[in-house]
Design a protein around this ligand. Structure first.
Ligand code: FPP
Length: 230
């Protein structure tokens, strides 16, 4: 199936746990940082495919609140990649009507990154398709924060919590994909995944191509979602 044909899948919001950069690099005896660099290339190509695939939103797990446990060098590499990505791709986002959104506790990142992100959010605010990037994100923390806010306003209900989640302004999640053969959610979009379809693929993230996403959307189109009914 071509990228264009996938436009009829019916999916509006896809989220991806981008896993396998380290294993991709190890297989080639390259530093992990190169795997992450290739991973950014994949992100760039997918963002360009959002419009032909007719997706409203792509949410990517770029840095979890647990990723701080990695070596200082690797954390620095990932933060530097984020800086470079914003610098190099922001103009293209603006030109292509891509709206950036950040979820997670991103305001506690380094002040220069927070500043760059605030500027990018402002510059892309009128975009049509959303690239949501999870940074310093943990789903349990997001739910706890949302529940606390909901409780401060009024009654705590599933609806009042959902309205306070970082993703409250995004379409409902249709499909969650994890690459690299691991089959777990790793504290990503736990609430939002309640009725999402899930797809676990063996492809390592640096090898993931827009065609893989097309295939995933085709797979999604053939699933029957019942939301608990029959
Ligand atoms: C998982 O691979 C990947 C990450 C923890 C980081 C994902 C980040 C990127 C692709 C780049 C930054 C993204 C943007 C949007 C600029 P791993 O290192 O856990 O791989 P492994 O399990 O094979 O070791």
């Amino acid at each position: 199936m071509s990228v264009d044909e996938s436009a009829e899948s019916g999916a509006r919001h896809v989220a991806i746990i981008m896993d396998g950069n380290g294993r991709w690099a190890k297989k080639r005896a390259l530093p992990r940082a190169i795997g992450h660099q290739r991973g950014v290339e994949v992100v760039r190509r997918l963002v360009r495919a959002l419009e032909p695939m007719n997706l409203d939103c792509l949410t990517l797990y770029a840095f979890s609140s647990e990723n701080w446990k990695r070596s200082e060098d690797e954390v620095d590499d990932l933060m530097n990649l984020m800086r470079r990505f914003i610098k190099s791709d922001l103009a293209e986002f603006v030109a292509n009507d891509v709206k950036l959104k950040i979820i997670g506790d991103w305001r506690s990142l380094a002040p220069d990154i927070v500043g760059m992100l605030e500027d990018a959010l402002q510059q892309t605010a009128n975009g049509k398709q959303t690239l949501a990037v999870a940074l310093n994100y943990g789903s349990q923390n997001e739910i706890a924060r949302a529940a606390a806010k909901a409780g401060a306003i009024g009654e705590i209900t599933p609806q009042s919590i959902a309205a306070q989640l970082d993703t409250a302004d995004l379409p409902p999640l249709d499909l969650l994909i994890r690459t690299s053969g691991e089959v777990r959610l790793s504290n990503f979009l736990l609430w939002q995944s309640a009725y999402a379809e899930m797809l676990f693929v063996d492809t390592l993230w640096p090898d993931f191509k827009p065609e893989h996403l097309s295939r995933a959307l085709q797979d999604f189109a053939q699933r029957e979602r019942r939301y608990g009914g029959r």
